[in-house]
Write a protein that binds this ligand. Sequence first.
Ligand code: HEM
Length: 343
Amino acid sequence: MNNLLRMVAVLLVLLMGVTASQAQSVRPPGNAVNLDDGIEPGPPNTLGDLSDSDFWRNYRGGDPNDPQQIIGPRPDGVVLTTTGQHWRALRENYIRKYAGWAPLIVIGILAVFYVLIGPMRIKSGRSGKTLSRFNLTQRVSHWFMAAVFILLGISGLIILLGRPLIAPFLGKEVNSIMTSAAMQGHNLFGPLFIVALVWMFIKFVRGNFFQWVDLKWIFKLGGFFGGHVSSHEFNFGEKSWFWMVTIVGTVISVTGVLLLFPWLVEDLRILQLSTILHGLGAVGLISVLFGHIYVGTIGMEGSLDSMLKGEVDEHWAKEHHDLWYEKVTGKSASETAKEEEPS
Ligand code: HEM
């Protein structure tokens, strides 16, 4: 018993020693300056007419709500800008929150369209005779672009929407692994997109300049109002898609290169703007892509043949690209249609 009491006493003494040494360590060191010791603060009025808060406000970038801070040249005396907070807020509160909805809305509209109106059939049925539409290099450049774009689209959406969409369901661990893998894939395939874009532009630009006949396509909304619309090799919808891929694709490429090699720019705000343009451009293209895939597959009978086999049915060509049909065959689309009508 005596031994036990002795042990408890020793433990108590040790414990008090540790606590006392810790308490000592938070005391100010002996050489610390103590203003009560009669040392004068610095000369008065060193900031001139500026208050302390004005000084610090200017130091860290002026008024954070001033648009000048976001896009204008950096004002004199500003050392730090807080625009990163604006871009972050824009990305987190708007792009990340709503971007996923755009492709879903397009898919919803297409589904309703398919159920209510159904696919566009070749009205006169297949003729069995075909016309050559795209050569092998055109088709390879298209499918190369499609493969690269889809890989970039999936990996990009995982990076952008993993936190709100994957983490709550599969857990943070899974989201972290998927996002890291997506990031590696995205960085790898990004440069290939630029190659695909240039190649596809060279291969398809010839038939994609806007012409007067495209105005009729717009007024008749591609044939939904006012019946048949004439079209050359590509109609207004296809030309718009081509130029959207070219222009938005260029924006995505340039901003992507800057994000991959951030030391190329000195002003951080250019990188902040790049993240926003890159994300918005990509989400826009992905959304419209669903419309393109729809028309290229289940939405229009006979369309996919052109990109798979390079050939299209003559009746398909007459119904959708009559002016192109006339150019490549030298025959009139309306007369041959009449000749083929059952008497
Ligand atoms: C996997 C999904 C895709 C399918 C099923 C598909 C299908 C098609 C088809 C059938 C055509 C030929 C249309 C015609 O003969 O008039 C075409 C043309 C085209 N596609 Fe795709 N495509 C896909 C993905 C993509 C992607 C990812 C892009 C670019 C980001 C793209 C860009 C184009 C362009 C620029 C044209 C030529 C239209 C023009 O020059 O106006 N496609 N596609």
